[in-house]
Design a protein around this ligand. Structure first.
Ligand code: ARG
Length: 489
């Protein structure tokens, strides 16, 4: 407790990562379509890991491995050119790109020729054709514009956007290494690395038509990252479904003699779905092709609208009404973010408004609300002319079992943050914060034995110190997870 109060800015900071670099590959959506529900988790979990590693003293390199290459770009080109021919001077944004994408898939079910056309366009792109490149650039630019807006809203940042296309000229050298090591085999015209001895299907490196694969790009990316950043760890925050992909990629790296392959970690997570009522009556998981995509932005907007109502219903101070919009954004976003951390990441998550916005417990808004309450306690103490908050050595008057329990819990903060890094598990921080609030609230509501402010000035000032230490811990924990900690709510 005294450590928190003596140096709030350093509270919770660890040193385990001193001198080491971690590369964190997260969010990494396939672009030219809106950010869908499956990328929410990677974005939120990855951003929390970036902050937690930095807090533990690591140098963090956050990379967005955008899916910005592949035959789907050829499909979009076919659809776009058709639309442009019908409507010269056509302007697009991410939403209209999605509509084009959906139209293409509907049309392709009727017309088999379209798939060939799309492949031909992708081939032109691969061969450096100017028109194909112009369209590709347009799609990329529009997508990035939208992505950046969302990332800003979530407080998420990257050190580098290095999408799959970045590795176009870095794959051949990798293939040469694999060949030199005798790892490449030809199988039905495709080039693969046989992994049957390791209990896995072969890893496809180059397809029959000569196109390189997702796996080949990941091999090139891992080598690039190791050469450029000299990482001690490289995390891939990607859904459970890609388990096999990453086991294959890491195994191929190991077979090719890259010892650092053992430092590559697939930080996997379960599926996110939305319970009934979140977007109308049906539960939704989102499939981009059919257009049932749940847009992250829509979730955030709805969350903010709901949070706004809750805030206005509960507002006891005029000032809160004036800040309702900003608070609603902080609480709404906080609700969405925190719901990612309610269970271990490998588990599936069903998002519901009842859980996400529950002010009584186990939600982001509940923690934010508790934090605001502690702020108001302090304001009242100061307004009532309470003396300085205790700072001088051990607070010996805090001796009840509950007070000791709170102090013990506080003393575990730094270690908890360190464990969350070892296990790549931000939910451990969420658990910690919820427990902290639970003990604190027992203390707070037990007015008989624990009047925080009383005639005993010395005791009051020590109890306020405890309040302040809990507040600082909550604020720091929320910040690390990506939530704002407003002073009033
Ligand atoms: N773009 C991929 C997807 O949306 C995820 C990429 C993850 N990162 C990686 N290096 N493979 O499924």
């Amino acid at each position: 407790m005294t450590r928190a109060l003596d140096n709030p800015a350093a509270w919770g900071r660890g040193e385990s990562g001193k001198g080491k670099t971690v590369v964190i590959d997260y969010s990494s959506p396939n672009i030219a379509k809106p950010l869908g529900v499956h990328h929410i988790r990677s974005t939120i979990i990855g951003a929390a890991l970036c902050r937690l590693y930095a807090n533990a003293g690591w140098r963090v390199v956050a990379i967005n491995h955008l899916g910005d290459w592949g035959t789907n770009f050829g499909q979009l080109m076919v659809a776009y050119r058709k639309a442009e021919a019908e409507n010269p001077g056509l302007k697009v944004d991410v939403q209209s790109l999605l509509r084009l994408y959906i139209q293409y898939h509907a049309a392709a079910e009727e017309d088999e020729g379209l798939a060939d056309e799309a492949r031909a366009w992708f081939k032109r792109l691969e061969d450096g054709d100017a028109e194909a490149h112009r369209l590709w650039q347009l799609f990329v630019d529009e997508s990035l514009k939208e992505l950046r807006r969302l990332y800003d809203r979530l407080g998420v940042r990257f050190d580098a956007y290095l999408g799959e296309s970045f590795y176009n000229d870095k794959i051949e050298p990798v293939i040469r290494v694999l060949r030199a090591k005798g790892l490449l085999k030809t199988s039905e015209g495709a080039e693969v690395v046989d992994l049957s001895e390791h209990g896995m299907p072969a890893c496809l490196i180059r397809k029959r038509d000569g196109a390189t694969t997702y796996a080949a790009r990941d091999l090139a990316a891992a080598i690039f990252r190791h050469e450029n950043y000299g990482f001690a760890r490289c995390l891939y925050v990607v859904a459970n479904q890609q388990d096999l992909h990453f086991r294959q990629v890491f195994k191929v790296l190991e077979l090719a003699g890259y010892e650092w392959a053992q430092e590559c970690v697939h930080v996997k997570f379960g599926m996110l779905s939305f319970g009934p009522g979140v977007f109308g009556e049906e539960a939704a998981t989102g499939s981009t092709r059919k257009g049932q995509v749940v847009f992250l932005e829509e979730v955030l907007d709805r969350a903010a609208a709901k949070a706004r109502n809750i805030i206005l219903d509960n507002a006891r101070e005029e000032e809160i009404r004036h800040q309702a919009d900003r608070l609603a954004e902080q609480v709404g976003t906080g609700a969405v973010i925190f719901s990612e951390f309610l269970q271990r990441r490998a588990k599936d998550v069903v998002f519901t408004w009842e859980k996400a916005l529950n002010l009584q417990g186990d939600s982001g808004p509940y923690l934010q609300y508790t934090h605001a309450r502690l702020c108001s306690l302090r304001r009242k103490y100061e307004e009532a002319g309470g003396g300085a908050i205790w700072r001088n050595g051990a607070p010996l008057l805090l001796s009840s079992p509950l007070e000791k329990e709170i102090m013990l819990h506080l003393a575990d903060f730094t270690d908890t943050l360190g464990r969350a890094v070892i296990e790549d598990e931000p939910s451990m921080v969420a658990d910690y914060l919820l427990d902290l609030c639970a003990v604190f609230n027992r203390f707070f509501t037990d007015k008989e034995r624990h009047r925080i402010v009383s005639d005993d000035e010395k005791l009051s000032s020590q109890r306020m110190a405890l309040v302040e230490a809990v507040r600082l811990t909550l604020a720091r924990g929320l910040e690390l997870l990506g939530l704002a900690a407003p002073a009033r709510m």
